[in-house]
Ligand binder design. Structure first.
Ligand code: DHK
Length: 151
């Protein structure tokens, strides 16, 4: 395992179908593309001297490999696991293995949607969750992590 990231690095992870943001049900997920969001988070991090590693994948193992590669040295992980939120014990176990502080983000208010979206297997191992605040939720998570790890 390589120790690729370092302190003052945040890992931004997005799961399946989030590469379709901007075109995917914009009334639910917003009009911003994933590139827009990653750029905004990267700029906000850089303004405070932080680095961002951003990875999106539709393949569960890719996200697990990324967590294992970067999660030991990054200060924090911001993750929107997409549908894996609701059933991926493997993603949960990977996040619980590494010392980085985990924040779960959802663009939509999952509590107000279908019942199968109400339960998160990730939430119990996350430090906190930002839900239903759209793309700005990623920025809120970023700023909280930078504050927390600058103290
Ligand atoms: C994104 C998804 O892809 C869904 O599977 C989740 C989440 C909700 C979101 O709101 O960002 O249920």
């Amino acid at each position: 395992m390589s120790d690729t990231a370092s302190e003052r690095t945040i890992l931004l992870l997005n799961g399946p179908n989030l590469n379709m943001l901007g075109r995917r049900q914009p009334e639910i997920y917003g009009h911003q593309t994933l590139a827009d969001i990653e750029d905004a988070v990267r700029v906000a991090a850089a303004e405070r001297g932080w680095s961002l590693v951003a990875v999106q994948s539709n393949h569960e193992g890719v996200l697990i490999d990324t967590i294992q590669e970067y999660g030991w040295n990054a200060s924090g992980i911001i993750i929107n696991p997409g549908a894996w939120t609701h059933y991926s014990i493997a993603i949960r176990d990977a996040l619980a293995t590494v010392p980085a502080t985990v924040i779960e983000v959802h663009l939509s208010n999952v509590a107000a949607r279908e019942a199968f979206r109400h339960h998160s297997v990730i939430a119990p191992i996350a430090r906190g969750s930002v839900i239903g605040l759209g793309w700005r939720g990623y920025l809120l998570a970023l700023n909280w992590l930078m504050d927390e790890h600058s103290a």
